[in-house]
Design a binder for this molecule. Sequence first.
Ligand SMILES: [Zn+2]
Ligand SMILES: [Zn+2]
Ligand SMILES: [Zn+2]
Ligand SMILES: [Zn+2]
Length: 355
Amino acid sequence: MKEGASQKITNINSTNTTSAINTVSYNNMNIANNNTAANNDDNTLEVVEQLQTMSTADDNVSLCANCGKEGANNICNKCKQVKYCNAVCKKVHKKKHKKDCEEHIRQIAEKHDEELFKQPPPLEDCPICFIQLPTRDSGKRYMSCCGKEICSGCNHAPVYDNQGNKIDEKVCAFCRTPAPTSGEDNIKRLKLRVEAGDPAAMYAVGIYYREGIRGFPQDDTMALELWHRSAELGYAKSFYIIGASYETGRGVEVDKGKALYYYKLGSMGGDPTARHLLALNEARVGNVERALKHHMIAVRSGQNNSLEVIKDFYKFELATKEDYTKALQSYQEYLGEIKSVQRDKAAADEDCPYY
Ligand SMILES: [Zn+2]
Ligand SMILES: [Zn+2]
Ligand SMILES: [Zn+2]
Ligand SMILES: [Zn+2]
């Protein structure tokens, strides 16, 4: 790293904590007093440890790496790739194994990075207008009737019946179920969606529990339980919010390692907010290059506060002009995919910006 770079990062982090707060405070979380993140300089090791838990050692081979006897079950706890019959064999083999061990760890980390830094696929298309759904939450609506996520444009546009007559009653633009008549009605529908195993409903109800809104009592434990269930079903946003809970200590003890672990899963699952927060954490421990890579990917997925960070990186000479130009171009590409006249109209009429 260049001389003075860490001071620059400190500056950037102080300016961009604001963007992180904005992102997270959309869900009314308090991420501001989170200085624990800055004190972790053993990031690489932590990553490798997590990877090892995820990677599976070859269980079929149980020959001792030292004496060759069968039935070895004392595993090298660094690389988890070789086994020994006992601690003595392990100790004897230690020096010989060192180089291989380091190489194993390097390979696992490399393979993991390949997965981690892949551009995830974009969000699905709106099921009505077939234009890609925007990343920004205010640009889409979850429908508790059918469980579809539709864009703000389609939610705003008038709905017509099969004869082409405009339906005056407020109905779901996808399934034409009349809108919930009351808060209780909406809760009833959402609970049914949760029971039906809909991970998006679990995520939404989790938010209501955490905030104690829309008729749900404030309950952090219930919120986390729902997000875990939703995450198990592969809902990427739930990984992000579990990670943020660990980063801020909301409903759980602060645990930086777990926060990063969930941010990674969220990032790989395609949630750009998780990736943005992961990038901020990488920058805090001085991994500017990794941070920049994450922000680039997040920008391509529509994360505009990552674009702001890259602009700052460029300003502080931590990124090149080419990097910044590339980021601007990818954001334009993203906009090209999600822009629509109907969404613009909804944004103007209903104050629901979608980018
Ligand atoms: Zn042995
Ligand atoms: Zn080893
Ligand atoms: Zn639409
Ligand atoms: Zn519907």
